[in-house]
Design a protein around this ligand. Structure first.
Ligand code: 5AD
Length: 348
């Protein structure tokens, strides 16, 4: 396994399967420590000790999809649905700007209320008010023409996790009409249009095997994304996966480190899910190769409604208001939060 770590940029699919198989057989803590250390050094060569921050605005929890793992799935009657209006979204941006954020991430379910035109109008407004900020969208699968119109209106980046690059596994996680092929096609469209593009997976989702993870690595190498979002799967009590086991801290750190080693310049967040399964999850992620955190800028009264999974943290240091406490935690591990857009080095 150690030998393979030298060559993660050139591994064949079979070698990846082997690597994950060995990891899953032993889960040797000394191997994990070693790979995290190398991932951190790789990150530091490009980014130094800098950590980028993004202000996350969860603007709608309506969703037309029914993904088996997600608390926002349309069949979940327990979810207290909300959507923010334009002026509320703009005031989240205003608050974020004052706090020092220069990237806003507009994240939401695939909510039909937000038509391509409505969203374009919103993006235009934000772009006009905040010319020095990056606008990141995370609103799922749409036509190429919608993606293009949002890009033209001023959006810069797009997050769309591929969830799994393995077709059978994709089907295990998502009912039709969703398909892995369409998801991957969306990602290539986004990249072609010119977005800084992010894909990603959950670690430890039901049915995820060494083969699935190997497919993910191979896919990510091909897509060569600017960003990769990786967090543990965490069951949500009102979904079909309520009784499944969560992904572990160790497996998630292992994946984060491998992604850093394979794609050295990638923007890699230490996710809220990682912070949810372990009190020091985000710090450990940063020490193992991650270089982005995404504090929550959503209005306080809706934060508890955006429940992708159970026990999601939302009022501690991951909240945008607690930036000074986040700064302290980062400086305690030798890292410095930087204000500014924090664009991908691949485009500048
Ligand atoms: N556990 C962890 N992550 C989840 N997501 C959705 N549901 C869960 C869950 N139960 C992730 C998906 C999605 C992103 C917005 O949140 O990967 O792409």
């Amino acid at each position: 396994l150690i030998c393979r770590l030298e060559t993660v940029r050139e591994l064949s699919p079979d070698q990846w399967i082997d690597l994950f198989g060995q990891w899953q057989a032993e889960r040797d803590p000394s191997i994990l420590a070693l790979i995290c250390e190398r991932a951190r050094l790789t990150k530091e060569k490009i980014f130094g000790n800098k950590v980028y921050i993004r202000g996350l605005i969860e603007f709608t929890n309506y969703c037309r999809n029914d993904c088996y793992y997600c608390g926002l799935r349309k069949s979940n009657r327990e979810t207290d649905r909300y959507r923010l209006d334009e002026s509320t979204i703009l005031s989240c941006c205003e608050k974020g700007y004052e706090l020092g954020f220069r990237t806003f991430v507009l994240q939401g379910g695939e909510d039909p209320f937000f038509t391509a035109d409505r969203l374009r109008e919103l993006i235009r407004q934000i772009r006009q008010r905040y010319p020095d900020c990056a606008i990141t969208l995370a609103v799922g699968e749409h036509d190429r023409s919608a993606y293009q119109s949002w890009f033209d209106a001023g959006a810069d980046r797009y997050l769309l996790r591929h969830e799994t690059a393995n077709e059978n596994h994709y089907r295990r996680l998502h009912p039709e009409p969703l398909s892995g092929q369409n998801r991957r096609e969306c990602l290539f469209h986004l990249k072609e249009i010119g977005y800084q593009t992010g894909c990603g997976i959950m670690v430890g989702s039901p049915g995820q095997t060494a083969e699935c993870l190997a497919d993910d690595m191979v896919f990510m190498k091909t897509l060569n994304p600017h960003m990769v979002g990786i967090g543990p799967f965490i069951p949500q009590h009102a979904t079909p996966f309520a009784g499944e086991s969560p992904g572990t801290l160790e497996d998630t750190l292992f994946l984060l480190a491998l992604v850093r080693l394979m794609l050295p310049a990638v923007l890699l967040p230490a996710t809220t899910a990682l912070g949810t399964i372990h009190p020091e999850g985000r710090e450990l992620g940063i020490l193992g190769g991650a270089n982005v955190v995404m504090p929550n800028l959503s209005p306080l009264n809706v934060r508890k409604k955006y429940l992708l999974y159970d026990n999601k943290i939302c009022t501690g240091d991951e909240a945008a208001e607690a930036l000074s406490s986040l700064k302290k935690k980062m400086s305690a591990i030798g890292c410095e939060i930087v204000m500014g857009r924090g664009d991908s080095p691949l485009v500048i």
